[in-house]
Design a protein around this ligand. Structure first.
Ligand code: FAD
Ligand code: NAP
Length: 453
């Protein structure tokens, strides 16, 4: 694949390593190459359902937050497509995911450092660096960037479902036609579950007979995208979060779940309006109603086979009872989880992992390991516990990539420091003078826990 050692080899080309490649494109003296097993860039094709939209500002693209003059920004893409004015006139409340996916694919088709159709099978470490064995040969690299995304989270009961009768949401688009005339259960009350249910309820031809939407959350809850919650998706918050002890970080992440994983209000509204139509206005041959039942606060505990269909056994958190629904086909919109990819097995014992098997990731996104300090294993999208709820989202990818570029270069290629946030998160900052639109207020004092009454 290449005979000289690279400064950085990237495993996987999703948006996160694509962002790293785009930022590195501006740095002449770092030799990097990125590999993906897929034949071409394709952003979550199994969830490219009709009319789905981004949950993030399009300004939070691959590069802009740190390098706004990069040729790989979303604006540069719009200009290159000659639709800058049309895009503005369309005034999307949220950018269609299809458009953002095309932007990402446009960049991926142009960056010279990317190699598609090249799975990495094994990464070993020798005295002089990493050796990545992939389709087409072996490459050597001083550092690696692991950007392989997350894995579908499959509940234990999924093993009892026939592969023809269930699918994880990551492949939802491929199973829609199989739902025609059947009783469908969608499990999971996040954005994926919501988009799938809306798509099923909107089907007029080949519609399912019925749709049951089951969510463990107490209700179908919105994402919180208000200003102070959006502060959680800023570099300043992430840096302060990273400095907290692990137990505190874990409990904070659990409390902040809906800030990143709730349902877009526009999707909730579209769902409610569709339910109204289905319940009260449908009846034309072209708009045959789909029987829909929404069941929040239910955790599916187990599944039993019942002839050609399934009985889903659920604990109802609302009244404490056990509920049962029948389904012919089950869509598991049960989220994603981090797992070290098998290609890193030879390094597993050298990485410092936490109790859940996640690598411990430093402020510069390098995993702690027992190898030489100049050889780093950067992990992208593995730091939910170390860096917080922004880590699996697009929001900070441009900044994270810049931090990694600086670490690989050993110098500040990109300016990543920002002035303090309007919020004083940590006690350490209490001594900092507060700003009052220019005028200075008194510094607050930080008491140690022993001084508090
Ligand atoms: C449907 C959906 C929509 C989302 N929309 C938003 C949104 O609007 N806003 C937001 O902030 N976040 C969103 N997210 C969350 C997050 O931004 C995305 O999941 C994002 O794609 C994560 O990027 P990634 O690069 O980590 O992983 P992925 O996009 O999963 O890419 C990983 C890549 O690694 C490759 N790979 C894996 N193993 C190997 C190997 N051994 N060798 C070579 N290649 C390998 C895979 O082929 C894949 O291309 C969404 C998530 C989903 C599921
Ligand atoms: N348009 C978009 O931009 C878009 C589209 C899709 C996804 N995304 C993003 O991608 C990420 C993943 O979203 P996601 O919806 O796939 O996953 P998710 O947000 O993790 O949601 C998974 C859901 O499944 C539930 N669940 C898991 N096991 C269950 C069980 N046994 N019984 C009942 N419910 C169960 C979870 O409940 P608990 O919450 O109680 O664990 C949760 O409600 C999110 O950040 C999301 O915002 C974005």
């Amino acid at each position: 694949m290449t005979d000289h050692p690279l400064d950085l080899a990237g495993i996987g080309i999703g948006p996160f390593n694509l962002s790293l490649a785009a930022q590195l494109d501006a740095v002449a003296d770092i030799d990097a190459r990125f590999f993906d097993r897929a034949p071409a860039f394709d952003w979550h094709p199994g969830m490219m359902l009709p009319e789905v939209a981004l949950q993030t500002s399009c300004l939070k693209d691959l590069v802009t937050a740190v390098n706004p003059t990069s040729p790989w920004s979303f604006m540069a893409y719009l200009v290159a497509q000659k639709r800058f004015y049309e895009f503005l006139n369309a005034d999307f409340g949220a950018v269609p995911r299809q458009e953002f996916a095309r932007y990402l694919a446009w960049v991926a088709a142009r960056l010279p450092s990317l190699r598609f159709g090249t799975a990495i099978h094994e990464v070993r470490f020798a005295a002089d660096g990493f050796r990545l064995r992939g389709d087409g040969g072996t490459v050597r690299a001083r550092t690696i960037a692991v950007g392989v995304g997350l894995q579908p989270n499959l509940p234990a009961f999924a093993g009892k479902l026939d592969p023809r009768d269930h699918v994880h949401s990551a492949q939802a688009a491929s199973c829609l036609d199989r739902t025609a005339g059947r009783r469908v259960a969608v499990i999971g009350g996040g954005q994926s579950g919501a988009e799938i249910v809306l798509t099923l309820l909107n089907r007029s031809r080949d519609a399912p007979a019925s749709v049951d939407w089951i969510s463990r959350r107490p209700n179908f809850q919105p994402i919180d995208a208000t200003p102070f919650t959006n502060e959680l998706f800023t570099p300043g918050y992430v840096e302060r979060f990273h400095a907290l002890p692990e137990a505190r970080r874990r409990s904070t992440v659990a409390h902040q779940k809906l800030a990143g994983d709730g349902i877009s209000p526009a999707t909730l509204q579209a769902l409610y309006q569709r339910l109204y139509t289905v319940r009260h206005l449908a009846g034309h041959a072209s708009d045959a109603p789909v029987a829909a039942r929404l069941m929040p606060h239910r955790e599916v505990m187990d599944v039993e086979r019942a002839g050609g269909s399934y009985r889903l056994l659920m604990r109802n958190g609302f009244d404490g009872r056990i509920d049962v629904v029948q389904a012919d086909i089950v869509i598991l919109a049960t989220g994603y989880r981090f797992a070290l990819p098998p290609c890193l097995d030879p390094l597993r014992d050298r990485l410092r992992l936490d109790a859940t098997g996640r690598p411990q990731i430093g402020p510069d996104f390098a995993a702690a390991w027992d190898g030489p300090a100049r050889n780093r294993v950067f992990v992208l999208n593995g730091g939910l516990i170390s860096h917080g709820i922004a880590e699996p989202q697009l929001s900070l990818m441009a900044w994270r990539s810049a931090v990694i570029v600086n670490a690989v270069a050993g110098r500040a290629v990109f300016e990543t420091d920002l002035p303090p946030s309007p919020i004083t998160w940590s006690s350490a900052e209490c001594g900092r003078p507060a700003h009052d639109g220019g005028g200075r207020l008194d510094a607050a004092e930080s008491l140690s826990p022993f001084e508090m009454v």
